[in-house]
Design a protein around this ligand. Structure first.
Ligand code: ZN
Length: 199
């Protein structure tokens, strides 16, 4: 245990996901001895995320304006929507450079044990985006695990009467895994080999 602010910093860092007490201590001491400019850049970034970052009104991705960078980009194909669980998945798919359409971020996956139902996800917003018929393909890119599969099945059922092609990323992604951590080559291939699903 340390005194005052040093311990406060360790406690706050230790609350972050994936950071245990030892890492929290190591980061705190790194900051204590780091260049003041480096520390103030970090402090500024932390202060700004709550002020400046919000969620895109169209797709739910993280954004600094009302719409995210991708929704604002006229070069992106608005006829294809890739549905993902979270913003980190958008970043993972963008790294593959395989996809030139738009996204829809659900905000999670159906998980009855964790108390997450379809009404907790932005499915209604997705259906609203499809209402005018300008979208011709929906690619469901939820995680290849139980919750992701359940969500994909649910979405396919919801969309089956709409005039839209529905596809799911090809297998090859590690089953039970997390899209966010898939390597670019595997994820890129899964995209190319996406298969059409029939509900
Ligand atoms: Zn957006």
């Amino acid at each position: 245990m340390y005194e005052g602010v040093v311990q406060d910093l360790i406690d706050e860092l230790g609350r972050l996901p994936g950071i245990g007490p030892k890492s929290a201590q190591r980061i705190a001491f790194h900051l204590l001895t780091a260049d003041p400019q480096e520390v103030s850049a970090l402090a500024t970034a932390l202060a700004q995320i709550k002020d400046r970052v919000r969620f895109c009104q169209v797709c739910g991705n993280v954004a600094e304006d009302e719409q995210c960078r991708i929704c604002q980009d006229p070069r992106r194909d608005s006829g294809v929507i890739c549905v993902v669980e979270q913003s980190q998945d958008v970043a993972a798919i963008e790294r593959t450079r395989e996809f030139r359409g738009r996204y829809h971020v659900l905000g999670g996956a159906i998980n009855p044990i964790g108390g997450v139902g379809p009404e907790d996800l932005s499915i209604r917003e997705l259906l609203a985006r499809l209402a005018d018929g300008s979208v011709t393909e929906v690619i469901i890119a939820t995680d290849p695990n139980l919750e992701g599969e359940a969500t994909a099945t649910y979405l396919a059922r919801m969309l089956k009467d709409m005039d839209v092609r529905i596809s799911r990323l090809a297998s090859g992604l590690p089953v039970g895994g997390d899209l966010e951590y898939a390597d670019e080559v595997t994820l890129g291939r899964a995209f190319e080999g996406r298969r059409r699903i029939q509900a």
